[in-house]
Design a protein around this ligand. Structure first.
Ligand code: NAD
Ligand code: LMR
Length: 331
C-alpha cells in the first residue's frame, strides 16, 4: 500500500516530533509506504532539506518519496491525509503585543486557511481527510472546509491533546493506569471554554465522577487545569506543546483510520450535523466513533446534566463569536 501525506509547517516544532513517526510504520501501518510532502513558507522552505536528510537517515523501510515545497498546490495534490500544522503559536509578540489567547491568532492565522482550503478541495484526493492543528484550530478548520467546497473530504480539528491531558489527570488522581480511563469527550472549542466531560468519561467502566468521588476537585480544579494546560506548558517551557501535540496528531489519524473499540469513543472536532443542538456546520468537539472504513460518526444519546449543558452553551457561544469575527473569510 502507498499513501500521500501532506504536512504544512514542516519546519516547525510540532513537525519535528511528528514527521519521523509518520514514516516509521507507527501511524499508517508497517505495510504502507508513506510519501511525505512538506510544505513551508518561502522564507523557510530551504530548511526542509535538512529535515529530509534526517528522515532519510532514520532509515525507515516505509519511507516513500520526500518532497519539500512552498507551493501549497504542489504539496496537497493527490494527498490522502493533509495535516495543517503550519501557523503561528501564541506566546509570541506581534505589533508590540504578546499573543495571550488562541483566539488572538484568529486574524493572523485565519487567512492561511482560505488558500489552503481551496487548494485541498481542488487537488487533494476525493475522500481526503484533513486535520487542522494550527490555532485557533476549530475556526481555522471552519475557514478551510468552507473554502474547500468539497463535501467528499472530511475535516477535523484537533482536540486529542486535550483528551489525552484530561485522561492523564484522571488517571493520576484515581491512582490507575491511563488505559483504565476511556470514553473521554472534549466538547466544543480547543480553548479555555472546552468542556472535558468527567461525567461520561469512565475509569474502569465507572463514571469518572463516581470513581473519584470529589466533585469539588472535578469542577473547580480538574476542569480548569485541562482547559489551561496549553498555557501552563507555554509558561513552563517557553514554547508551546510540541511532542505531546505531535503525539495527539498521530492518535487522531489512527483513531479516524481504525475501527473504534466496542463501547469506547474518541475526541475530535468535526462539522456539527445539529447533534446535541449544536448549530450545523460549526466545527465542534464531539465524541466520535470510526468504522475504520472511512466513515466517522458522532456518538448519539450521551446524557448531559445541567452543569454539562451550561459549559457546552459557553463554548458554543464562543465558537459562534469566532465565526462572526471571520465572516469575511467565509464568503
Ligand atoms: P512553530 O512556530 O514551531 O512552527 C510553525 C511552522 O509553520 C513554522 O515553521 C512556519 O514557518 C510554518 N508556517 C507558517 N505559515 C505557514 C503557511 N502558510 N504554510 C506552511 N507553513 C507555514 O509552531 P508549532 O509549535 O509547530 O505550532 C504550530 C501550530 O499548532 C500553532 O498554531 C500552535 O498554536 C498549534 N498547536 C495546536 C495544538 C492543538 O492541540 N490543536 C497543540 C499545540 C500547538
Ligand atoms: C496547546 O493546547 O498546547 C496548544 O493549543 C498551544 C496553545 O497555545 O495552548
Amino acid at each position: 500500500k502507498e499513501i500521500n501525506v501532506a504536512v504544512t509547517g514542516g519546519a516547525g516544532q510540532i513537525a519535528y516530533s511528528l514527521l519521523p513517526r509518520l514514516i516509521s510504520g507507527e501511524t499508517f501501518g508497517t505495510d504502507t509506504k508513506v510519501n511525505l510532502r512538506l510544505i513551508e513558507i518561502p522564507q523557510v522552505v530551504d530548511k526542509l532539506e535538512g529535515t529530509i536528510m534526517e528522515l532519510v537517515d532514520c532509515g525507515f523501510k516505509q519511507t516513500g518519496s520526500l518532497l519539500a515545497t512552498a507551493n501549497i498546490k504542489e504539496g496537497v495534490e493527490g494527498a490522502h491525509w493533509v495535516l495543517l500544522v503550519g501557523s503561528i503559536p501564541r506566546g509570541i509578540v506581534v505589533d508590540g503585543k504578546k499573543i495571550e489567547e488562541r483566539s488572538d491568532l484568529l486574524r493572523i492565522n485565519g487567512g492561511i486557511f482560505t488558500g489552503q482550503g481551496k487548494a485541498i478541495g481542488e487537488l487533494a484526493q476525493e475522500g481526503a481527510k484533513i486535520l487542522v492543528v494550527g490555532n485557533p484550530t476549530n475556526t481555522n478548520a471552519l475557514i478551510g472546509r468552507t473554502k474547500s467546497n468539497n463535501l467528499s473530504q472530511s475535516w477535523f480539528a484537533m482536540t486529542a491533546l486535550d483528551a489525552n491531558r484530561a485522561k492523564a489527570q484522571l488517571a493520576e488522581k484515581a491512582g490507575v493506569g491511563i488505559a483504565s480511563v476511556t470514553n473521554m469527550t472534549v466538547w466544543g472549542n480547543h480553548s479555555p471554554t472546552m468542556y472535558p466531560d468527567p461525567y461520561n468519561a469512565k475509569i474502569d467502566g465507572v463514571s469518572a465522577v463516581e470513581a473519584i468521588s470529589d466533585l469539588d476537585w472535578i469542577e473547580n480544579q480538574y476542569i480548569p487545569l485541562v482547559q489551561q494546560r496549553g498555557k501552563a506548558v507555554i509558561d513552563a517551557r517557553g514554547a508551546s506543546s510540541a511532542a505531546s501535540a505531535a503525539n495527539a496528531v498521530i492518535d487522531t489519524v489512527k483513531s479516524v483510520d481504525s475501527p473504534t473499540e466496542d463501547g469506547n469513543w474518541f475526541s475530535a472536532a468535526v462539522p456539527s450535523d445539529g447533534s446535541y443542538g449544536i448549530p450545523e456546520g460549526l466545527i465542534f468537539g464531539f465524541p466520535l466513533r470510526s468504522s475504520g472504513q472511512g466513515s466517522v460518526e458522532i456518538v448519539q444519546g450521551i446524557e448531559l446534566n445541567d452543569f454539562a449543558k451550561s459549559k457546552i452553551k459557553l463554548t458554543t457561544e464562543e465558537l459562534l463569536s469566532e465565526k462572526e469575527a471571520v465572516k469575511d473569510l467565509l464568503d
